[in-house]
Structures are given as structure tokens and as C-alpha cells.
Design a protein around this ligand. Structure first.
Ligand SMILES: *Cc1c(COP(=O)(O)O)cnc(C)c1O
Length: 386
């Protein structure tokens, strides 16, 4: 008998896809209509129904969705948009794409989400919108956020890149993120998220004018959509009255997305079950902080993070885990620490910085076995002791 331990390779995450997605991708390939056609239209309808929104518009990514959402609510060069630095850099970048400046607000330590009590002080005459993030799938405190924004008459965009399948208790019932509670919600289908189309994004809104804007801008500002032109019996000449973009989703992506949407309830249930198990197995690790759902939300746990004990070194813990074949990531980044956002005088965002420096994200994916999870917990327990 060999006493060598078998080599492990536990990834941070892995999309759950199979034959049904491969089969679905065949449809547009064989039909010959491969972009922004019938599969995209069907995916949009199914997504809108899932989210409980009146409109859903598919685009090429969440980053491009955020750009179109900001343009739709009227963000222009010289404006300010209140948001968090503690997010993937795409959140802040989408504001810069409009020629506007992000105004960063700090987070609350136990949620990783915007601290609503700090929003009011960030409002200025140049503020045009609030872009709030449901970080790692955990819904942010929309009631407290809307309380401020309604007083100042500011539109709210929800960066729900990670939050598909999360729910929030709202006006007496559980509602899916994406209804939306603000004016527009934006989703991502990057493989790091809960469901994937390779790349891809979606905007949801109950405002028909916003939806019309998204559709115009995602296709070069062209006045006639492909589907309309394709279906007509009369010759039509299109116009391009505004500056648009190519932010289209392909039908191959949409066909895959429709299958992913069917799997979503099971994926979320599995992620929540695995998270409950993490919380149980790690509860007694000295000094380790574990995040919990707020009473009024059920997170899809797109990522499960922990705050390390005061005495442990983040890089050393992550290296010890990697030495045992376990991938982890440090806490969510802060845009203000990256070169494009650095400024004289710096920023005062201590909780955001603390979260990046003291959190680590643990492996979590629907295919994860109980045995793999036990192994991760054991490795973390040892690493935290060292
Ligand atoms: C992943 C992510 C994005 C970017 O999504 P893409 O689809 O890759 O463009 C934006 N915001 C947040 C919070 C994210 O996690």
C-alpha cells in the first residue's frame, strides 16, 4: 500500500453544463440563424418570466448591460454615479465608459454590500444615479437604499451580475432579484457566475422606454431589428439615428442559456445546501467569521467567503490550501486600488480594503462532493491554526 495522498484538484467553481446544452447549441447552428434571432427572443421571454420583470433584453455581457443601463437613465460626461469600489472592476468601468465618475461608498463588513447609511453624504448636484451591487449573490439592503434614492429622486441600477436565483423578502412576499426593485437590473452569464452562456448578459426593467433604448443601442443604434426586417414582406431601409454599439448576444449563447435557466432552481438549491454544510463544518474554527443570509434575503451563494482569524496571513492560508490542490481567491477586489482609479489624496474605504485583505473565497460548485467539501474544511482548519 502506498502512503502517498492522491493529487487533488479542487477548483474554485465549475459551470454545470451537459448534453442538454450541447443539444440546444445545435439548433441555431443547424437552422442558420446564429445571432440575435429567435433563440435570443425566447431566452429573453423566459428570463423575464423567471425574474418577474416586464422586459428582459439580452446583451453580450454584464459589463455591456451596465453601460446601456447607465446610458438609459441619462448618465453623461461629467456626471457622478454612486457605487462601491469593492466589486469586480467592471462595475466602476461601466461608469467611466459614459464619461462619468464613480463616487465610491464603503461597505458593511458582514455582508460585503454597500452601507446604505453612507449614501446620503455622497450625493452631490452632479449625482445622476446609484449603481448598487448584490455582491457575490447576496441581495443588498434595497429598502434602505431606495429610501435615500427616492428622497433624492435618483434612479437605481442593480448590478446583479452574480445574483440570479437570489431572492428578497419584499412587501410581504419572496421576490426574485431582477424584478427589479430599482429601475434596471443587470446580470452576467460568465462561467464564474451561477449559470453561464460562455459570456453574456441580460437587462431587466419594467420601463418600456428603457427597454427600447437597450434594443436600439445594443445593435449599432439601428432603427429596424433583424427579426423585424427578416419577417417583413416589404423592403425596409434602416436608419442609425444615435451612436450605438455591437453588444449582441448570439443565438448559440441564448440556446445554451435557456437550458441553464431550467437548471437554475436545482443549482441554487445545491449551492444553498453546500453553504449550510460549510457553515456547520466551519462553525467552531477559532477566529473564523462566516457570512449568513440577512433575515429578509436568500442568497444564491455565487461565492462563499470567510473572514480569516486576526492572526492568520491571507497569502499563507491560500498557499497552504493550494499546496493541497485547493483553489481559493482573496476577497473581492477594490477598484480604487487599481491604477485607473488612483487619485491624489487617496480614498477612505477601510471596510472595503479590509474585506479584500482578510477574506478568502472557498470552492463551491454544484458538482462538489461531500468528501471534497470535508477535505477543503480540514485544510482550512489546519491553515488557520498555523
Ligand atoms: C462578473 C461581474 C461583472 C462583469 O460581468 P461580465 O459578464 O463578465 O461582463 C460585473 N459586476 C460584478 C459584480 C461581477 O461580479
Amino acid at each position: 500500500m502506498s502512503n502517498e495522498t492522491p493529487a487533488r484538484n479542487i477548483p474554485l467553481t465549475r459551470p454545470l453544463m451537459g448534453e442538454s446544452e450541447a443539444e440546444a447549441a445545435r439548433r441555431p447552428i443547424i437552422s442558420g440563424w446564429v445571432t440575435q434571432g429567435p433563440e435570443v427572443a425566447a431566452f429573453e421571454q423566459e428570463f423575464a418570466a423567471y425574474a418577474g420583470a416586464e422586459h428582459a433584453c439580452a446583451v453580450s455581457s454584464c459589463t455591456t448591460a451596465l453601460h446601456l443601463a447607465l446610458l438609459a437613465v441619462g448618465v453623461q460626461p461629467g456626471d457622478e454615479v454612486i457605487t462601491v469600489s469593492h466589486s469586480y472592476i467592471a462595475t466602476a468601468n461601466s461608469i467611466r465608459y459614459c464619461g462619468a465618475e464613480p463616487v465610491f461608498v464603503d461597505i458593511t463588513a458582514d455582508t460585503g454590500n454597500i452601507n446604505p447609511t453612507l449614501i446620503e453624504a455622497a450625493v452631490s448636484p452632479r449625482t445622476q444615479a446609484v449603481l448598487t451591487v448584490h455582491q457575490m449573490g447576496m441581495p443588498c439592503d434595497m429598502a434602505a437604499i431606495l429610501d435615500v434614492t427616492q428622497r433624492h429622486n435618483l434612479p437605481v441600477i442593480e448590478d446583479a451580475a452574480c445574483a440570479i436565483g437570489s431572492t428578497i423578502h419584499w412587501q410581504g412576499e419572496w421576490q426574485t432579484i431582477g424584478r427589479p426593485l430599482g429601475d434596471i437590473a443587470c446580470f452576467s452569464f460568465h462561467p464564474r457566475k451561477v449559470i453561464s452562456t460562455g459570456d453574456g448578459g441580460m437587462l431587466t426593467t419594467n420601463n418600456a422606454q428603457y427597454d427600447a433604448q437597450f434594443r436600439l443601442l445594443r445593435q449599432h443604434g439601428m432603427s429596424v431589428s433583424d427579426r423585424v426586417r427578416h419577417g417583413t414582406q416589404q423592403v425596409v431601409f434602416e436608419e442609425h439615428a444615435v451612436l450605438g454599439y455591437n453588444y449582441r448576444m448570439t443565438d448559440i449563447q441564448a440556446a445554451v442559456g435557456r437550458e441553464q435557466l431550467k437548471r437554475l432552481p436545482d443549482i441554487v438549491a445545491t449551492r444553498r445546501r453546500l453553504t449550510a454544510r460549510y457553515q456547520e463544518l466551519l462553525a467552531d474554527v477559532p477566529g473564523l467569521f462566516l457570512p449568513l443570509d440577512p433575515e429578509w434575503a436568500r442568497t444564491n451563494w455565487q461565492s462563499f467567503w470567510v473572514r480569516l482569524p486576526e492572526w492568520s496571513d491571507q497569502r499563507a492560508v491560500m498557499q497552504a490550501m493550494l499546496d493541497r490542490g485547493i483553489a481559493t481567491r482573496r476577497g473581492i477586489m477594490n477598484a480604487h486600488r487599481e491604477q485607473p482609479y488612483q487619485r491624489a489624496g487617496g480614498y477612505n474605504l477601510p471596510i472595503s480594503e479590509y474585506a479584500q485583505d482578510r477574506h478568502i473565497i472557498l470552492p463551491l460548485y454544484p458538482q462538489m462532493s461531500v468528501e471534497e467539501q470535508d477535505y477543503v474544511c480540514e485544510a482550512l482548519r489546519v491553515a488557520c491554526r498555523a
